[in-house]
Design a protein around this ligand. Structure first.
Ligand SMILES: C[S@@+](CC[C@H](N)C(=O)[O-])C[C@H]1O[C@@H](n2cnc3c(N)ncnc32)[C@H](O)[C@@H]1O
Length: 265
């Protein structure tokens, strides 16, 4: 017999599952460390949790805008919610807002809306939003770990993304290959950086350029960290932060957060 789990019955269902020993009482700790592939587990648990991304007006507006422009985003609603929360945590900080890996402009559209909202609330102009992408798909891979191929996500263009995200003068589209497109931005201070470039080398390049320019409290949000399709992502983030004071904070949906701690580096 199947039962629909709702906010009204979730507590009762969890009690019943607990009595049946289906929840924590049945978790067995393995005798040996698990191989890496077994560490990738589905995160949908089959019971209800608070899911504000299902009704968030910013996410809804992003989805509608994508539909209106005939484009798509690869960032689904719960990941978009992480971007919103990280943005709100950093919105009072000084510094620019960056996205590396824009594709057809979905998450960039979302972040732009958040910046417009903060600007309205503060009655001040928005900070600079910089958007980095080849707008021609992934580069050739150079790391044996990567599973994506050069040329994946090539179904986009700068013109199409500009038409979707918007022409405002505080949005700086940086078309071309990362890290070459970082040139000239050496003195930037960054408060929020969404890194969604899928592959080992560009993720490492983003860490090397962005991290030293993050203001204290500033955040990097890595999209691909825990995805089995992007093993190079975790390798790049982990190798970069090994020996640094910040600890990458993996989320159950595959994203990973790093918050810059205060102090000189
Ligand atoms: C998964 S997509 C980004 C998805 C996007 N954030 C969204 O909302 O749908 C990854 C993007 O990273 C870009 N990319 C990866 N490596 C790059 C590099 N070295 N230089 C420029 N763009 C790169 C690709 O062109 C692609 O558009």
């Amino acid at each position: 017999m199947s039962r629909l789990i709702t906010v009204d019955n979730v507590a009762q269902i969890m009690r019943e599952l607990g009595e049946l020993g289906v929840l924590t009482t049945q978790v067995r700790w393995p005798d040996k460390p698990l191989p890496d592939n077994l560490l990738y587990q589905p995160y949908a648990r089959g019971w209800a949790t608070y899911s504000p991304w299902l009704t968030d007006p910013h996410i809804r507006a992003m989805v509608l805008r994508m539909q209106e422009c005939g484009v798509k985003t690869l960032v689904d609603a719960d990941r978009a919610w992480t971007l919103i929360c990280a943005y709100r945590q950093t919105r009072e900080l000084p510094g620019e807002v960056w996205e590396t890996g824009v594709y057809q402009g979905g998450s960039a559209t979302l972040v732009k809306r958040l910046m417009q909202e903060s600007a309205r609330e503060r009655d001040a102009p928005p900070a600079t939003l910089r958007l980095f992408d080849s707008f021609a798909g992934l580069p050739q891979t150079t790391c044996g770990l990567d599973l994506h191929q050069g040329g994946d996500f090539a179904d986009t263009s700068l013109e199409k993304v500009r038409a979707t995200v918007g022409p405002e003068d505080w949005i700086d589209f940086r078309a071309g290959w990362i890290p070459a497109t970082f040139a000239g931005l050496e003195s930037a201070a960054i408060r929020y950086a969404h890194v969604d470039v899928d592959l080992y080398q560009p993720i490492l390049d983003c860490c090397e350029f962005i991290y030293p320019r993050l203001v204290p409290g500033g955040m990097m949000i890595f999209d691909d960290y825990g995805l089995p399709s992007c093993p190079g992502a975790r390798a790049a983030v982990d190798s970069f932060f090994r020996g640094r004071p910040e600890a990458p904070f993996p989320l159950i949906n595959g994203q990973c957060l790093v918050t810059r701690l205060p102090g000189e580096r």
